[in-house]
Design a binder for this molecule. Structure first.
Ligand code: PLP
Length: 376
């Protein structure tokens, strides 16, 4: 089976992890700071706070921004459930903003309309979480302008897109957000096994997130009581290990080559699939995707199911991203229902993610393209 996504681990990576394992620290040592500053420097942002998943990063980002019971977050229905669960962990209410049918990202126009309505009803969101679907940035300039007007905070769910660009700069630089979050799960762009990082330019938010990833404990600075520490609020153990960060730092050395290879694969798909009865991904002119996903759309739900099944039978590990979050049973139990976000639902019913990862060979990709030509 050609997987839709997969890590690429080099001998250098293995060496870096081995060295970390042989060092004095296998957790909470120097490899964490090193990895954080490497990612922050790459993104041209002040701080990176590494944790054991993007899910944890989203959670401490919400906590650091003060999200609490009965507050409100909005995100895209077209995402992984973690994008919205972070709000529920804080006891907040959640709602969704439907997507732009071209980019599959949160639509700034629908967001603007929904904000106007919410203002009239006195129910504006505290935080909006745009998700950069498949590696293509949302229209952050427009979303930031709305944040300035309506007073909400922004967390970018950038799980798909370390290495991608928006308006010529790296995503994660937080020019248009309070915090941006990366995932280092093996199918994402670089990996630490499990892991994530929250980026921010705000010193106070960075410090809060460092405390929140470690039980809400602040280290003392009292010279008379060097053992002193203080738990100032209730939090969790979201720490990442040194050997994971050693892997992350080593992977960072190949980030640009990963992105280059993914862009090359995407271009080959787009050229190779010309003339077939399917829709290839639209790219907004302000963005340069990391191509975490290469998503095609078929004519309808029936056709999608048929092609998906046949691709799998032929050893092509395609996938579907995403089942809209609001139709998950848990979110239905909160009152959401089929039809609430029709653009996301229509998109979902016709989408297939084709395999794309840096270690995929030209032969493998050629086979995927030939198979689609046969089937369509
Ligand atoms: C993978 C992913 C997450 C969660 O990442 P983990 O590191 O597995 O916790 C969150 N949001 C999106 C959009 C993702 O794709």
């Amino acid at each position: 089976m050609i997987p839709y996504g997969k890590q690429s681990i080099s001998d250098e990576d293995i060496k870096a992890v081995t060295e970390a394992l042989k060092s004095d620290w296998i957790t909470q040592g120097p490899a964490i700071d090193e990895f954080e500053s490497k990612v922050a420097t790459y993104c041209d942002v002040k701080h990176g706070v590494a944790v054991n998943s993007a899910t944890a990063a989203l959670h401490i980002a919400c906590m650091a921004l003060g999200l609490k019971e009965d507050d409100l977050i909005w995100t895209s229905p077209n995402s992984f459930v973690a994008s919205v669960n972070c709000g529920r962990y804080c006891g907040a209410e959640v709602d969704f903003v439907d997507i732009d049918p071209n980019t599959y990202n949160m639509s700034p126009d629908i967001l603007a309309e929904k904000l106007e309505q919410a203002k009239a009803e006195g129910k504006l969101p505290n935080i909006v979480i745009p998700v950069h679907m498949g590696g293509q940035s949302c229209e952050m300039g427009k979303i930031k302008a709305l944040a300035d007007r309506y007073g909400f905070k922004i967390i970018e769910d950038a799980s798909h897109c370390i290495g991608a660009d928006y308006k010529g700069k790296k995503i994660g630089n937080c020019e248009f957000s309070d915090i941006a979050v990366f995932s280092f799960h093996p199918v994402k762009i670089i990996t630490t096994g499990e892991g994530g990082m929250a980026m921010t330019n705000n010193d106070e938010l960075a410090e809060k997130m460092r405390v929140l990833r470690h039980h809400g404990i602040e280290r003392g600075t009292n010279a008379d009581e060097p053992w002193f520490y203080e738990q100032v609020e209730l939090s969790y153990n979201y720490r990442i290990t040194d050997f994971q960060c050693a892997l992350g730092s080593s992977q960072m050395n190949r980030l640009d080559s990963f992105i280059e290879r993914r862009r090359e694969i995407a271009q080959k798909y787009t050229e190779g699939l010309v003339g077939l009865d399917l829709q290839t991904p639209f790219q907004h002119c302000e963005t340069e995707s990391s191509w975490h996903l290469y998503i095609i759309q078929l004519d309808d739900e029936k056709r999608r199911a048929e092609i998906f099944k046949k691709l799998r039978e032929k050893g092509i590990g395609c996938a579907v991203h995403y089942i809209p979050i609001h139709i998950q049973p848990y979110y239905k139990s909160l009152g959401f229902k089929d039809g609430d976000f029709p653009i996301s639902e229509d998109y979902y019913s016709r989408a297939i993610s084709l395999p794309v990862h840096p270690a995929m060979t030209d032969e493998e990709q050629g086979y995927v393209i030939e198979t689609l030509k046969e089937l369509l």
